[in-house]
Structures are given as structure tokens and as C-alpha cells.
Ligand binder design. Structure first.
Ligand code: NAG
Length: 175
């Protein structure tokens, strides 16, 4: 039994929700996952939110634990996004909440670091690009990440749920 550090990149598909650099949680596992069987996301925001998410693509797809992952997220800012915006991130394994964290969008070391996008985020279409290193040791489990973004005025900015199902049995995903 060893301690597993779950780093933000595990949830890289959530790039728009920006949990790249600052989330860490400790979970124990005996048998780390070797593959991501499937992942998906759904928007849970409102039609008039300041940010509209268009697509998320990752390479390789599906992501491989222990390998670099590049992520592109295309979105529209329906209004300028100002410094002070933040994201409330909740990570669950199954139904159990393992982590809740608020992450800043604009600050030094914030979500937008090294993405090609800086604050204030201008109104219009954007593609956020990020390179991340997936941790090698990810528990074989079903993860849900809920990310709710808020503006500097604490108004809803966006909402996305990401689902990721990690397996130990590599053969089942044909890798
Ligand atoms: C991200 O966009 C760049 C530039 O358009 C492209 O070269 C790259 O393949 C894209 N990566 C992914 C993961 O979609």
C-alpha cells in the first residue's frame, strides 16, 4: 500500500475548469490504473453564462497515465473575464467526495498559466492549449470532476462535469 498523489493533470480534460496546477489530493491504492477506459464531459451551466464551452480535445485520446497529455479547449467568452474570476472544483471517486478546492483563473500560477490566454480574457472565441503530465499512479476508479466557474462578482461563469473511468486491465482498452 503506498500513498498516491493525485495531481491536477489527472483531470486535464477539465482544462477549461482549470485544475491544472494547484489541486493535489492523497489517495491510497494497491494497484494503479494503467489506462483510461473512457472519459466524457457535460456542461451544467446556463445558456447565458459568460463562458460557452465548445469542445475539448486531448492527445493521446484516451489519455495514458504517466504520459504527457495535450489538451485543447475551445470556448467563447460572451463578455470579458476579469481578474478575480475563480473556479470551485469538486472531485469525487464514485459517490465519495475526495477533494474540494477553489482555484484562481488569472493569478500567477493560476489556471491560465502557460495556456496562451491571459487576463482579462477578451470577449470572443478562444482556444486554450495546455500540456500536462499525467501522474503514473492513478487509482482504478470512476472519477467525477465538477467545476463551477464564477466571475469576480461571484456570478455564475460556467459549469462542467467531467467523467473519467480508469482501469487496471490494459487489454480491455486495446492498448
Ligand atoms: C491543438 O491545436 C493545435 C493547433 O491547432 C493542434 O496542432 C493540436 O493538434 C491540437 N491538439 C489537440 C489535442 O487537439
Amino acid at each position: 500500500m503506498h500513498i498516491l498523489l493525485i495531481t491536477t493533470p489527472l483531470f486535464a480534460s477539465l482544462a477549461s475548469a482549470g485544475i491544472f496546477d494547484s489541486i493535489q489530493s492523497v489517495v491510497k491504492t494497491d494497484d494503479p490504473a494503467k489506462a483510461l477506459a473512457s472519459w466524457s464531459y457535460t456542461e451544467c451551466g446556463h445558456a447565458n453564462d459568460p463562458i460557452t464551452l465548445h469542445s475539448v480535445s486531448v492527445s493521446p485520446d484516451p489519455p495514458v497515465p504517466g504520459s504527457p497529455l495535450s489538451v485543447n479547449i475551445s470556448f467563447t467568452a460572451n463578455e470579458p473575464i476579469l481578474t478575480g474570476a475563480y473556479i470551485d472544483v469538486v472531485v469525487k471517486v464514485g459517490y465519495i467526495k475526495i477533494l474540494q478546492k477553489e482555484v484562481d483563473l488569472c493569478e500567477e500560477g493560476g489556471v491560465l498559466k502557460d495556456t496562451g490566454i491571459s487576463c482579462p480574457v477578451e470577449k470572443g472565441d478562444h482556444v486554450l492549449r495546455k500540456e500536462v503530465d499525467l501522474p503514473k499512479e492513478i487509482p482504478p476508479a470512476k472519477f467525477t470532476v465538477n467545476a463551477k466557474g464564477y466571475t469576480v462578482l461571484d456570478e455564475d461563469m460556467f459549469c462542467v462535469d467531467v467523467f473519467a473511468d480508469f482501469l487496471t486491465n490494459v487489454g480491455r482498452v486495446g492498448l
